[in-house]
Design a binder for this molecule. Structure first.
Ligand code: ATP
Length: 295
């Protein structure tokens, strides 16, 4: 029996090793699959424009096959205009921006920029055309200068300072003891939500992309900071094709079109006044927000 045991044991060990190796391979393949999704097509062409019209046509999408998140989403942002998306948490708003940046490919339908399917464009050129001001900006453990210049590493010092000025963060930086050399991030000076968003706005001003995605912070900033950030946003989005993922309706009153999303579908659309007049979902959201502000 003992004689039998040893080989069985070895077999058992081998089995565990093989199983582990298979698990690793599965992981590797699933990583590769994710990468494959965003690989350039062999004949991909670079996008090169200063004036971009963005179009979602019948876009379906799910992060996995079992659960569809977006259902036939249609909208168009003519060059230089602003479309805002509102809707309850989990409606699929941020997913739109991830698809536009091509972190993932659509399951059905198509996303076009100036008529070209984003899957036919090189990834690098697509991303060079899009500036994202995210909900929560990632700061590197480095100087505040590095963190802003990151928007365009070959920018001159004057350009970096000018971007900081436009994002209303120059004064703050110059009031710090180490000024531009101040280390920020996890191991340095912690910036507030509003300051971090301003760093992101300054980066985006430096990058100077024709398409802008603004993912509004869920957590409320104090109302003065919020107003200031909204004003800065209005300025940088003025000449750009802009997609705003909004959590507060006050941000988007002036948007050319507002999309109201529920469970991955656009259920209402139009400019602010028209949506109010429809007395539907948007009008209810607006009334609720007003009463909350009053309270
Ligand atoms: P919020 O207002 O809370 O930010 P949202 O409308 O932006 O919500 P999304 O972030 O687009 O919603 O998420 C839509 C759905 O997709 C949610 O149900 C979410 O759980 C799911 N989801 C988002 N990201 C992923 C992911 N990386 N993997 C799997 N599911 C995801």
């Amino acid at each position: 029996l003992i004689q039998l045991y040893a080989p069985l044991n070895i077999l058992g060990m081998a089995y565990r090793e093989i199983k582990q190796a298979l698990t690793d391979m599965e992981r590797m393949f699933s990583l590769m699959r994710e990468d494959a999704e965003i690989e350039d097509a062999p004949d991909a062409v670079p996008l090169a424009t200063r004036s971009a019209t963005v179009e979602f046509a019948g876009v379906d999408f799910g992060y996995d096959a079992k659960r569809q998140i977006l259902h036939g989403v249609d909208f168009r942002i003519p060059a230089g205009q602003t479309v805002a998306v509102v809707g309850s948490s989990g409606a699929g708003k941020s997913t739109l921006s991830k698809l536009l940046y091509r972190f993932y490919d659509v399951g059905g339908g198509v996303i076009r920029i100036n008529g070209a399917d984003v899957r036919t464009l090189t990834q690098a050129s697509l991303r060079a055309h899009i500036g994202i001001v995210p909900q929560d900006t990632v700061l590197f453990n480095d100087t505040i200068y590095y963190n802003i210049a990151y928007g365009r590493p070959d920018a001159t010092r004057e350009e970096v300072m000018e971007a900081a000025r436009s994002a209303s963060i120059l004064h703050f930086i110059e009031s710090l003891p180490d000024k531009w050399d101040t280390t920020v991030g996890e191991r340095g000076l912690k910036l507030s939500g509003g300051e971090k968003q301003r760093v992101a706005i300054a980066r985006t001003i430096l990058k100077n992309p024709p398409i802008l995605i603004f993912d509004e912070a869920t957590s409320a900033l104090d109302s003065q900071t919020e107003k200031a950030i909204q004003a800065e946003l209005a300025q940088i989005s003025a000449s750009r094709t802009t997609l705003i993922i909004a959590h507060r309706l006050s941000t988007i009153i002036d948007a050319d079109e507002i999309l109201v999303m529920e469970h991955g579908r656009v259920v209402e659309r139009g400019p602010h006044r028209e949506l109010l007049a429809q007395e539907g979902v948007y009008a209810k959201m607006w009334a609720l927000q007003l009463s909350e502000e009053e309270a």
